[in-house]
Design a protein around this ligand. Structure first.
Ligand SMILES: NC(=O)c1ccc[n+]([C@@H]2O[C@H](COP(=O)([O-])OP(=O)(O)OC[C@H]3O[C@@H](n4cnc5c(N)ncnc54)[C@H](OP(=O)(O)O)[C@@H]3O)[C@@H](O)[C@H]2O)c1
Length: 263
């Protein structure tokens, strides 16, 4: 059995979907700083992608790490696009040790204004998109050698909203995250038992990102009283949790809430 002595993950390749933006980008930066190669899905904005690549490369260089950083086009709900992305990944890196899946949409709207089209769009991106990423990653991972008892490790970013809904305006998003939490447990049966691919969910609570700037101050203050530390997590803290779950042995098939003990 091959083991990675002293938590040395240099030479590994991690795919971060949604890694050109927000918390996905913070995750990609931490991975590069840790000396792991990282391939992100390109943003649909070429400028954003260029900036993200520079940010990730600079993060690695600042701590003296030489890593491969790449981005390839990606349309989450389109099977051909997802397959092509993973084919490109395989061409440059030969393998995918880790997958972190961040891609999402959450078009919050009053319930009466929600349409079937909106629900379908959220489910296509968040749920079918997750299925397609898992399918392509599995095809690569299942052929790899076993290291630390697994051929690859996957973290799906779920949300505490998948368990404790916050408001009816985000009903489609909350339902899609509940579906992803179920997928972690369901898909584990095949991925881990039959193919030695570990899969976990990480369900962040409140994270200090742009999306939360629109929450009214009073509402946010009341929410922060429910968190033991009285504050939101930073994107970097969530990234640290992801790295931990990507490397922890004896850990698979569960959704783990990272919510600062929200109650
Ligand atoms: N902030 C919080 O408090 C909080 C709490 C719990 C969970 N989360 C989770 O955090 C995750 C991301 O948050 P974030 O703030 O980092 O979001 P973000 O900056 O909006 O990033 C979303 C990413 O998904 C990509 N994307 C969206 N739809 C796509 C599609 N159809 N095809 C390809 N790419 C697509 C976007 O690409 P483009 O640049 O092309 O748009 C972007 O890279 C979500 O899964 C969310 O559920 C956040």
């Amino acid at each position: 059995m091959k083991w990675r002595i002293n938590f040395d993950f240099s030479g590994t390749t991690t795919v971060v979907t949604g890694g050109s933006s927000g918390i996905g980008l913070a995750t990609a930066e931490l991975i590069a700083k840790s000396g792991w190669d990282v391939i992100v899905t390109a943003s649909r904005s070429a400028e954003k992608t260029k900036k993200a690549i520079e940010t990730i490369q600079n993060a690695a260089q600042a701590v003296g790490k030489e890593v491969l950083v790449k981005a390839f086009p990606y349309q989450a709900e389109n099977e051909d696009s997802v397959k092509t992305f993973f084919t490109e990944v395989k061409k440059v890196s030969q393998r995918v040790d880790f997958l972190v899946h961040w891609v999402w949409i959450s078009p919050d709207t009053d319930f009466d204004e929600q349409t079937a089209e909106l629900w379908n769009q959220v489910f296509a991106t968040n749920v079918t998109g997750t299925f397609l990423a898992l399918k392509s990653a599995k095809d690569i991972m299942k052929t790899q050698e076993i290291i630390d008892e697994v051929r690859g490790r996957i973290v799906l970013i779920t949300s505490t909203n998948g368990v404790d809904s916050y408001g009816i305006f985000s009903a489609p998003y909350d339902a899609s995250k509940a579906a992803m939490i179920n997928m972690v447990r369901n898909i584990w049966e095949d991925f881990h038992k039959n193919h030695q691919i570990a899969i976990n969910g990480i369900g962040p609570g409140w994270i200090a990102t742009e999306m939360n700037n629109t929450v009214p101050a009073e509402e946010m203050a009341a929410e922060m009283q429910k968190v033991w530390s009285g504050r939101m997590a930073t994107p970097e803290e969530i990234a640290q949790n992801i790295l931990a779950y990507l490397t922890l042995p004896y850990n698979s098939g569960r959704d783990h809430m990272v919510d600062g003990w929200y109650r």
